[in-house]
Design a protein around this ligand. Structure first.
Ligand code: HEM
Length: 128
């Protein structure tokens, strides 16, 4: 039976999904969750051990820390440490929202759209 439980943890059915709102509720020093690359981590027990200090983690508590985590350029060791605190994935609805928001906020997307129109107008008006 123990073996069964082990394999269960590795299958999709065992994965827990959290919304951004649920993660947001865990924003205290005695109850701290973080989102990094769409995965949710309970880092409560790690706060005092963090080589970069407790303060920076508290600033990100309950929020998406992907950018700040990457900005620091954390080592492979640091990335592997993350696994210990993994508790689940970001809920699909929260994922879709960010994907759509970032597409429309994406400068390249609008620029591509603009250039396409410009080249069409140029062709129609015989301008070079
Ligand atoms: C659970 C998530 C995190 C883990 C497991 C983690 C782990 C570590 C580790 C092991 C180091 C030592 C250097 C290295 O190995 O790269 C470190 C350094 C550092 N971390 Fe994190 N970290 C996490 C999240 C964050 C976040 C979200 C921030 C920023 C808001 C941050 C800021 C820093 C800074 C500034 C240092 C540099 C300390 C120094 O060089 O003196 N960390 N972290």
């Amino acid at each position: 039976q123990e073996n069964n439980q082990d394999t269960d943890e590795n299958t999709d059915s065992g994965v827990k999904y959290y919304t951004r709102e649920e993660v947001q509720a865990h924003n205290m020093s005695k109850d701290t969750w973080l989102i990094i690359h769409d995965k949710v981590y309970d880092i409560t027990s790690f706060m005092e051990e963090h080589p970069g200090g407790e303060e920076v983690l508290l600033e990100q508590a309950g929020a998406d820390a992907t950018e700040s985590f990457e900005d620091v350029g954390h080592s492979t060791d640091a990335r592997e440490m993350l696994q210990q605190y993994y508790i689940g994935e970001l809920h699909m609805a929260s994922l879709r929202l960010t994907a759509r928001t970032s597409l429309y906020a994406n400068w390249k997307y609008w620029n591509g759209f603009l250039m396409l129109n410009l080249s069409y107008v140029r062709r129609k008006t015989c301008l070079k």
